[in-house]
Design a protein around this ligand. Structure first.
Ligand SMILES: NC(=O)c1ccc[n+]([C@@H]2O[C@H](COP(=O)([O-])OP(=O)(O)OC[C@H]3O[C@@H](n4cnc5c(N)ncnc54)[C@H](OP(=O)(O)O)[C@@H]3O)[C@@H](O)[C@H]2O)c1
Length: 274
């Protein structure tokens, strides 16, 4: 079992949602923390709350991981402070929901910049030190969206398919090096992920960010190669696409997502996309 006590974990996307739940769960387990996201005030607030409750060190680094320079500023700041990261949790993520041609293109591009390029840059920069030391761990937060194409979440499911393949391939490459890589694939989780759009998650099949965070960390501690931290139904939905023809599955997902209104999603603040 991996022992989190006295280790240092860097969590990206720690300002809210699954990332902030992960940070709190790690602090309870005794890990020191490096908290990364763009919202410095939210990170400072979280760090203050954690420090008041747990005897762990917290370092806040605000960075935009969609910016090609963002991950480098994080790595530089760690080096300047002589902070060595034992576990990297690549959790920061964003997604576009709605028809690809009916939503702002910028949102789709940003999901690639954060979920794919930012995650890869963080893995490369922080993972290189781990490899040199011959010890460390990386948890890449993917999604059950990775396991089938998802009409009306086309770019999001595409980015998560990348995370799935990249993570599983890297885990094999690093076998025997002392650096362990695990993919975590939550299903629908009650965070602000769809905030500012009319899209909503069905509360009947939505997990809490706290339970997703705890189960992800439990699975990593147990040495699992992959984590499905949501309810059994979410795990089950990752098996269906492996058994049926992909075209049939994709059509079925289109029906489900249209039923959920994803084909006519609008921004809550600014109205329909032009
Ligand atoms: N919620 C779900 O249903 C669900 C299901 C499966 C997988 N996931 C995955 O779980 C992860 C966390 O999602 P969540 O639901 O917790 O989302 P969330 O509540 O929207 O939080 C996203 C986090 O990512 C950070 N982030 C976004 N863009 C960033 C950027 N450019 N640079 C740095 N940080 C950035 C945000 O911080 P700032 O805005 O402060 O930068 C925030 O802390 C994502 O990878 C998501 O794809 C979520």
């Amino acid at each position: 079992m991996y022992d989190y006590r006295g280790t240092t974990t860097l969590v990206t996307g720690a300002s809210r949602g699954i990332g902030s739940a992960c940070a709190r769960a790690l602090a309870r387990r005794g890990s020191n923390l490096v908290l990364v996201a763009r919202s410095a005030p939210a990170l400072d607030r979280l760090a203050g709350e954690i420090r008041a409750e747990h005897p762990v060190n917290t370092l806040v680094l605000d960075a935009d991981l969609a910016d090609p320079a963002g991950p480098g500023t994080v790595a530089d700041a760690l080096r300047e402070r002589h902070v060595s990261v034992d576990l990297l949790v690549n959790n920061a993520g964003t997604g576009s929901v709605g028809p690809f041609f009916g939503r702002p293109f910028e949102q789709s591009l940003r999901s690639v910049d954060v979920n794919v390029t930012g995650l890869m840059r963080m893995t490369r920069l922080i993972g290189a030190d781990m490899l040199e030391r011959g010890s460390g761990g990386i948890i890449n937060v993917g999604s059950t969206a990775a396991f089938q194409p998802m009409p009306y979440q086309a770019s999001y499911s595409g980015t998560k398919a990348f995370v799935l393949y990249f993570t599983e391939a890297l885990a094999q490459e690093l076998r025997g090096t002392g650096v362990r890589v695990m993919g975590a694939h939550p299903g629908a989780t009650g965070t602000g992920f769809f905030d500012s759009t009319t899209a909503v998650m069905d509360p009947r099949v939505t997990d809490s960010p706290e339970s997703v965070a705890e189960r992800t960390l439990d699975d990593f501690a147990r040495g699992r190669a992959a984590s499905y931290p949501g309810r059994a139904l979410h795990r089950w939905t990752t098996w269906v696409p492996r058994l049926l023809p992909r075209t049939a599955v994709t059509r079925a997902v289109a029906v489900v997502n249209r039923k959920a209104g994803f084909h006519e999603v609008q921004d809550v603040m600014s109205g329909p996309a032009s």
